[in-house]
Design a protein around this ligand. Structure first.
Ligand code: PLP
Length: 463
């Protein structure tokens, strides 16, 4: 079918970068151009993207983890088309439709028994905001703890729980009562919780910025301490949920039973904004405790029809295609095949992951390297770009650095990747890491230019 949309994209598609620079975010376009990520993308399917010259790329960035069921999944699309054709009542607002309750039922049937109610949102950060807000009211306390290196989103409440000045420094003052505790340190956590004034601890089961895995016993211990001192335990599954780590929810690896669970990203198969807070009945009852309080929290578009349909279709798809098991199996295989890089290469500190949440961390070679230190001086963690850039340029693999100042390359491929895709990734990594290890002059020059071009024009003001 050729309608006005196809014609518009055909006519104006080639202007994407220039037009974006004019009308949306010129700095972002400059960044893409500087690192050579200024491709003109034409289409996408499963784990692949095509540029407008017809070249196929392997997408291990996975839309920051929103494409677990693959891009443009045909079965999710069919469900959405059917929903549009049904002219459903959608958001009556003062009334209810069956779809939110059905999706809530499906989510709860997959979640631990500790949660019993679902509040829908339209993004991950809104799910976190809901956890913070409702958690404070239900606990009757105001302090919030999160972990060092945490990332929970970019709106002000979530931002207050984030670690890292790169996110927070120019946007203060942040919300009062938010503090960080060291990751994997139960003693430090207990010191804070023992004051018995902490409403909730929010924690990612595997930290997205860096793909940091919890130490043995840390998450179960944290939950135990929260119970002991009357603090709500909130697990942020926005990135780890829906099969990413080889289980439907990452918390299953440790048998956790949180009071609050936040989800978003892949729940809608990458089609429609969606998020949700799963909460215990006690939290629900602590907030929505009377008729005047029946609408204590919400948002006009949440829950909306298309998000609910996409959510239901995505959960079916995960089950029917066995994608959670695929993630566990292929993730183990990817780790097994890439771990030897740490022995083989002087710049690889560690290869780690869980399911298809995978990362490789780089370090200065033993004995030191002047080039490495120069790169670090110009911009911390610039070395990881020496791998990310040629992975795209020479091997057509889209990946990312796992956060500001982290020499970590991260992969969140759609869970539909195949063995052949893993071959593609593994051999490309072998080549690019070996090449980057030599720190050839041309590559270093390129990295320096990129770092200089990307440097901020003024220093951020500290909050
Ligand atoms: C663990 C975690 N929580 C919250 C968020 C925020 O989600 P959103 O980008 O949908 O607002 C993210 C996003 O990357 C995340 O990884």
């Amino acid at each position: 079918m050729v309608g006005w949309l196809s014609e518009l994209v055909e006519e104006r598609g080639a202007e994407a970068l220039d037009l974006h620079a004019q009308t949306v975010n010129p700095q972002f376009v400059k960044l893409l151009r500087t690192i050579g990520f200024d491709r003109r993308w034409a289409r996408a399917e499963g784990a692949y993207l095509w540029d407008d010259d017809g070249n196929r790329y392997l997408d291990v960035l996975g839309g920051f983890g929103m494409f677990n069921v693959g891009r443009n999944n045909p079965r999710i699309r069919e469900a959405l088309v059917e929903a549009l054709e049904l002219n459903r009542p959608g958001s009556v607002q003062l009334g209810v439709d069956v779809l939110p309750a059905l999706l809530a039922e499906e989510l709860l049937s997959r979640a631990p028994a500790s949660v019993g109610k679902v509040l829908f949102t339209s993004s991950g950060t809104e799910a976190v905001e809901a956890a913070l807000k409702l958690g404070r009211a239900a606990a009757g306390r105001s302090r919030v703890l999160s972990a060092e290196h945490a990332f929970h989103g970019l709106t002000l409440g979530s931002l207050s729980a984030n670690d890292g000045a790169e996110f927070t420094s120019r946007f203060g003052p942040l919300l009062p009562g938010f503090e960080r505790v060291p990751w994997n340190d139960l003693e430090a956590l207990e010191r804070e919780l023992a004051r018995e004034d902490v409403a909730l601890l929010i924690v990612e089961p595997v930290q997205g910025k860096g793909v940091n895995l919890p130490a043995e016993g840390y998450l179960a211990g944290a939950q135990e301490l929260c119970r002991r001192y009357g603090t709500l335990f909130c697990v942020d599954e926005v990135q780890t949920g829906f099969g990413r780590t080889g289980r439907t929810f990452a918390l299953e690896h440790w048998g956790l039973e949180p009071d609050l669970i936040t989800v978003a990203k892949s729940l809608s198969g990458g089609y429609v904004p969606v998020g949700a807070l799963l909460m215990s009945d006690a939290v629900y009852e602590g907030v929505f405790d009377s008729l005047p309080n029946a609408v204590s929290h919400g948002s006009t578009f949440a829950p909306n029809d298309l998000a609910m349909v996409a959510g239901l279709a995505t959960l079916r798809e995960l089950d029917e295609q066995g994608l959670v098991e695929c993630s566990a199996r292929l993730g183990d295989e990817l780790l097994e095949r890439t771990r030897p890089l740490a022995e083989r290469s002087s710049v690889v500190r560690e290869v780690r992951g869980l399911g298809l949440m995978w990362a490789i961390e780089f370090e200065e070679p033993e004995g030191g390297s002047r080039t490495w230190r120069m790169l670090e001086r110009i911009q911390p963690a610039l070395f990881a770009q020496l791998v990310v850039v040629p992975l795209l340029r020479d091997h057509r693999i889209l990946s990312q650095v796992a956060g500001h100042g982290l020499n970590v390359l991260k992969a969140l491929p759609p869970l539909v990747v195949t063995e052949d895709d893993l071959d593609w990734l593994v051999s490309a990594l072998d080549e690019t890491v070996a090449q980057a290890e030599k720190m050839p002059r041309a590559l270093v020059r390129f990295a320096l230019q990129a770092a200089r071009a990307g440097a901020p024009r003024r220093r951020p003001v500290r909050a």
